[in-house]
Design a protein around this ligand. Sequence first.
Ligand code: MF3
Ligand code: CO
Ligand code: CO
Length: 252
Amino acid sequence: MGQETIVLLSHRELDKMRQAGRFAAELLQRLEPLVKPGVSTLELNDQVERWTQEYGAKSAPLGYHGFPKSICTSVNEVVCHGIPSAKQVLKDGDIINIDVTPIVNGYYGDTSKTFFVGQPSPTAKKLVEVTKECLSRGIAEVKPGARIGDIGAAIQEYAEAQGFSVVQDFVGHGVGRDFHTPPQVPHYGKRGKGLRLRPGMVFTIEPMINEGTWEVKVLADKWTAVTKDRKLSAQFEHTLAVTEEGVEILTL
Ligand code: MF3
Ligand code: CO
Ligand code: CO
């Protein structure tokens, strides 16, 4: 992907992204008390859709390449793109990634986090904590002049040192006036390689970290991606802007 295809956002556009990002973060915050044993993933979806409409925003996933719902709900061995369903009721010990992307005044805010449902197992707790730290370490690499490969390297080094693996089939992405744009942001890689970061670039970092194998499989519904060994997977995502000073997290 040539550098010339990367969109740089103006200060005015970054302000719009801040608004979208803040609302996306607020959706996850408001969900927190609802993520309890007994709730279905469809109820979570419908609540986010109501809040989004109230705000005058739109849910980007709904109808995106045919995706049928407003959010992604990825439980336990589901890596990403889980489809909310009335039949899927959360139970004590589950982990669930909820990924929201509202469109606010034409700009996309993309963020996700993994929640504990009730009491997590020690393994689940460690995986989720390590995945959150992977996102932090990736973000810490972002500044003008750094390379895309620095982000992936930082994430991969930490995840593997903790005994976990990094999903390769799904990557972070440019985001702004569109949902998914260049550059691709792998969560693995080599320091000093890849695109050089410049102020005004806006992209996500969204590591998916697995308990066992990094390999994934997409189910017959064409969306739900699961770990090949059906062990746990966790994910955290923020939308970020490269600034003159370093990095701004837009989805806080
Ligand atoms: N929000 C996801 C991401 O982080 C994309 C979901 S696309 C959908 O890029 F169609 F599955 F909703
Ligand atoms: Co994303
Ligand atoms: Co997302």
